[in-house]
Ligand binder design. Structure first.
Ligand SMILES: Nc1ncnc2c1ncn2[C@@H]1O[C@H](COP(=O)(O)OP(=O)(O)OP(=O)(O)O)[C@@H](O)[C@H]1O
Ligand SMILES: [Mg+2]
Length: 209
């Protein structure tokens, strides 16, 4: 059985697509057969994938864009041909996003350290709980320290939300790698962004079957 990681968060711009792309690259670099499934009509991850063919050295990642009534069957099919399926979902909890959460081995919810992001995450957390899917919050564009981060961490802890120890900082490397169709582990593995991504990947492995 393949691992299915669904990245979901109703809040727009939280970092879902960036995270999905970088996760796919991390698993692929580790030798796994990886497919990204873009179910967002914005098609950002599909367009990222389209840029990858320009780079002879880019690690192999496959793409699918199924949606609607074909989605559940497509996840099954992709899971038979790959080790890891990374699903990027739209900034709303629609029928497709619900199906993607239902199919997940793990649901990842990126949150920027601001109350609206955290509030928006609650809908996704509830849905994952209703579907009995394991779920983790991931702090994205997190300042290394400071009152905002400390306040959000207190709110998360107070609500007993499951949050990953690893976090991603606000780093231009994520945006610039994405613009090339790459992940930070391909463009700048030794950068701080690369180190953060590796720490995130290693922590994730511990949550997966
Ligand atoms: N850790 C980060 N550091 C710097 N920039 C980031 C980071 N994460 C995301 N971004 C930038 O934030 C913007 C939104 O990111 P992204 O498209 O991944 O969010 P999203 O949740 O997929 O958005 P949408 O809800 O529209 O699908 C992009 O410009 C991206 O480059
Ligand atoms: Mg997106």
């Amino acid at each position: 059985m393949a691992i299915v990681i669904t990245v979901a968060q109703q809040k727009g711009g939280a970092g879902k697509t960036t995270l999905a792309a970088n996760l796919a690259v991390a698993f692929a670099l580790a030798g796994r057969r990886v497919v990204v499934l873009d179910i967002d009509p914005q098609r950002s991850l599909a367009r990222w994938h389209g840029l990858r063919s320009r780079h002879a050295g880019a690690v192999a990642v496959a793409l699918s864009e199924a949606a609607g009534w074909r989605l559940a069957a497509e996840v099954d099919k992709l899971g038979r041909a790959h080790d890891v399926v990374v699903i990027d979902s739209p900034p709303q909890i629609d029928t497709d996003a619900k199906l993607a959460i239902r199919a997940a081995s793990l649901v990842l919810v990126p949150v920027q350290p601001s109350p609206p992001d955290l509030w928006a995450a609650e809908g996704t957390l509830k849905l994952a709980a209703d579907e009995r899917r394991p779920v983790r919050l991931l702090l994205n564009r997190a300042p290394a320290s400071g009152r905002l981060r400390a306040g959000i961490e207190r709110d998360i802890a107070g609500a007993s939300h499951p949050v990953m120890a690893a976090a991603l900082g606000n780093r231009i490397g994520f945006a610039s790698a994405f613009a090339l169709g790459l992940g930070v582990l391909e463009t700048a593995p030794k950068s701080v962004a690369g180190q953060e991504m590796r720490a995130l990947y290693e922590e994730l492995l511990g949550y997966l079957p």
